[in-house]
Design a protein around this ligand. Structure first.
Ligand SMILES: N[C@@H](CCC(=O)N[C@@H](CS)C(=O)NCC(=O)O)C(=O)O
Length: 242
């Protein structure tokens, strides 16, 4: 029922990894919300009007009546507690141990998956295209290695040999992680050769969030392919082996 009435408003851009997680989560769980698309490429996040919702000028953001909230992980947890039925509660379980495991990942996410994967993406594609200059290989190599380590840690610690982080059921932690990592695979970065189990897990997260995962993620696959092509065409990627 996204786009319909109701007092819940989500501000997002589907090109943004944390925005995608929030929107997919709300749509999969049929939480009614009004869409407020904020186009980053048009710098709409810098508008004064949006600053009234998020003074830090970032997406996603949420308004539920007169209550405003920032941070994708926090927004998903708020929505889960407020809107999910007991059958849907597995996304953010009430059980204190399971819930703490979701929180553990969501805290870890920012300085690991988010920082390393997003910086890898920015240095490999976004910065060369915006600044019209070759990839800074030293920086790229730093974040490529850091992202690789992060992915290995997700595999060995958070996923281990389970289907999802919590076991047999998907949670907001899987979705948050997967949306960030998809930014890399959307740009043609090969994850399968080094992290085959992670790729299988991403498929499971996608299936558990179907069809909304694909709908929300298709943009990064089409734009990512285009970005890779433009960086290559401009010969900004000389020395890149990914
Ligand atoms: N920790 C925040 C990150 C939000 C964020 O960095 N959003 C980016 C898009 S992915 C943004 O709005 N960037 C605009 C800017 O920094 O100017 C969350 O998880 O919600």
């Amino acid at each position: 029922m996204s786009g319909a009435g109701g007092k819940l408003k989500l501000y997002f851009d589907l090109m943004s990894q944390p925005s995608r997680a929030v929107v997919i989560f709300a749509r999969v769980n049929k939480i009614p919300f009004q869409e407020r698309q904020i186009a980053l490429r048009k710098l709409e996040h810098l508008d004064d009007e949006f600053a009234k919702v998020n003074p830090f000028k970032r997406v996603p953001a949420m308004e539920d009546g007169d209550f405003k909230l920032l941070e994708s992980g926090t927004i998903m947890r708020y929505l889960a507690d407020k809107y999910l039925s007991s059958e849907q509660q597995f996304w953010y379980p009430k059980d204190i141990r399971l819930r703490s495991k979701v929180d553990e990942y969501l805290d870890w996410h920012h300085l690991n998956t988010r920082m390393n994967c997003a910086e890898y993406f920015r240095n490999r594609f976004l910065i060369p295209l915006i600044k019209q200059r070759p990839v800074d290989m030293k920086k790229l190599e730093f974040f490529r290695k850091a992202a690789d380590k992060t992915l290995a840690e997700i595999q060995s610690y958070f996923l281990a040999d389970r289907q999802f982080f919590l076991g047999s059921k998907v949670s907001v932690a899987d979705l948050q992680a997967c949306c960030e990592i998809a930014q890399l695979s959307g740009c043609g970065i090969d994850l399968a050769s080094k992290h085959p189990e992670l790729v299988q897990w991403m498929k499971r997260v996608r299936e558990a969030s179907s069809p909304h995962y694909d709908e929300a993620t298709k943009w990064i696959y089409s734009t990512g392919t285009k970005m890779r092509h433009l960086v290559k065409e401009a010969k900004f990627d000389e020395g890149c082996s990914d």
